[in-house]
Design a binder for this molecule. Structure first.
Ligand code: PEP
Ligand code: MN
Length: 384
């Protein structure tokens, strides 16, 4: 059960104390306080855990501090978009806002290789007015003989260059808890010139111990990448692990799923699930067209297939795009075949701006669209 408090009710107010006193008197109920910082106001929510079935929702709703009581199903308890809970949410991090109504492009290196290429990448981003990037330091590779990333060694120059070029957030994968400490240490040492969004990769999508570790810290937001061999529901539940451990600053990233039907792409592009994740949860949704498509083939219309896939995500309302770029893709140590050239970045960005604008117009159009009365839509069609 979630109790949404009236705006302005704070921890020192008598109404708040009366409500907490009421709840504390109930056996087997634990109360967790959470604040959602929206653009207009901060909403305080109390999450009740335990035997909530025995609670009287109407009685609680009668408490002066309470705006609304929402009974939640077991599904996505913390992150779900439960009935009656439609407030836009999201989080601010290092000067950027991430929500279901914002958009950020994270273009960057799949794997950091050397300071010169890192600087060329950062400079290209600044030229485009971009403030976010992706930089892989710890690379989980399918083969143990492939380059595994420079790890902590490259962090000092990655952070310093990010600061130099005005990059506010660097998305960076971590594959074990130790990496969180290394990132924190090197950021502190560099004087925190940038921020880091820690990435849980698809190969760790159900590494529950790692999920609990990234959830147990709140310094860094988390970019969770959908598991490529598990259901969407299982991936969303994995995000619940992060949230239940204490960190709700999560972005959910679609990156394609494994299927021979994906061929000739590296993965089957799953960006039709953008609106589904937005309907089921309150998380901002990212798409990664590079790891979905896995090549830099050009369609006959002149657009790269990576651009087409990115467009599919953005036209469906994606809030973030993660894309591989490299100054010399043919010499990249990881995923060169799918990386775009730096000279393509302005075009990639402009293309996304066109699509974003089209998405906004679609949303305006939808506001006027007639909505069938409930009960007149019939059951969903079945495959025959
Ligand atoms: C990556 O983004 O560098 C990566 C390895 O992605 P994924 O976990 O989606 O394969
Ligand atoms: Mn990669």
């Amino acid at each position: 059960m979630i109790i949404i408090l009236k705006s302005g009710v704070g921890e020192s107010d008598p109404e708040y104390h009366s409500l907490i006193g009421y709840l504390e008197a109930k056996p087997g109920i634990e109360v967790r306080r959470h604040q959602e910082h929206g653009a207009q106001e901060t909403i305080t929510e109390l999450y009740l855990i335990g035997d909530t079935a025995a609670l009287d929702a109407d009685e609680i709703a009668g408490e002066p501090a309470v705006e609304r009581v929402v009974r939640v199903s077991d599904r996505y308890r913390l992150l779900g978009r439960h009935r009656g809970q439609l407030e836009p949410t999201g989080f601010d991090y290092n000067g950027l806002h991430f929500g279901q109504d914002t958009f950020h492009l994270f273009a960057g290196l799949c794997a950091v290789d050397n300071p010169a290429n890192t600087e060329r990448m950062m400079a290209a981003l600044r030229e485009q007015g971009l403030q976010a990037t992706r930089m892989g330091a710890y690379k989980p590779r399918t083969s143990p003989y492939d380059f595994q990333g420079h790890g902590a060694e490259c962090l000092p120059y990655v952070f310093e260059l990010a600061g130099k070029y005005g990059i506010r957030v660097v998305a960076m994968e971590v594959t074990e808890a130790r990496h969180l400490e290394e990132i924190a240490t090197e950021l502190d040492r560099a004087g925190s010139p940038t921020g880091v969004m820690v990435q849980v990769g698809t190969r760790n999508a159900q590494n529950f111990e790692l999920l609990k570790e990234v959830g147990a810290q709140t310094r860094f937001p988390v970019l969770y990448k959908r598991g490529f061999g598990i259901t969407l529901e299982e991936s969303l539940n994995a995000c619940e692990y992060i949230a239940a451990s204490g960190n709700r600053n999560i972005v959910f990233c679609l990156r394609g799923v494994k299927s021979h039907m994906g061929a000739p792409h590296r993965n089957l592009v799953d960006f039709a699930h953008v609106p589904v994740v937005k309907r089921l949860t309150r998380l901002p949704v990212c798409v990664d067209p590079s790891h979905s498509v896995g090549n830099r083939e050009r369609a006959p219309d002149g657009l790269l297939e990576v651009q087409h896939a990115a467009a599919q995500g953005v036209i469906a309302g994606a809030n973030m795009v993660l894309a591989d770029f490299h100054p010399e893709p043919e010499r990249a140590l990881v995923d060169g075949p799918q990386a775009l050239h730096l000279e393509e970045l302005p075009y990639f960005r402009q293309d996304l701006a066109i699509i974003e604008e089209a998405y906004r117009r679609r949303v305006q159009l939808a506001a006027d669209m007639p909505r069938p009365r409930p009960g007149t839509e019939g059951p969903p069609p079945r495959d025959t």
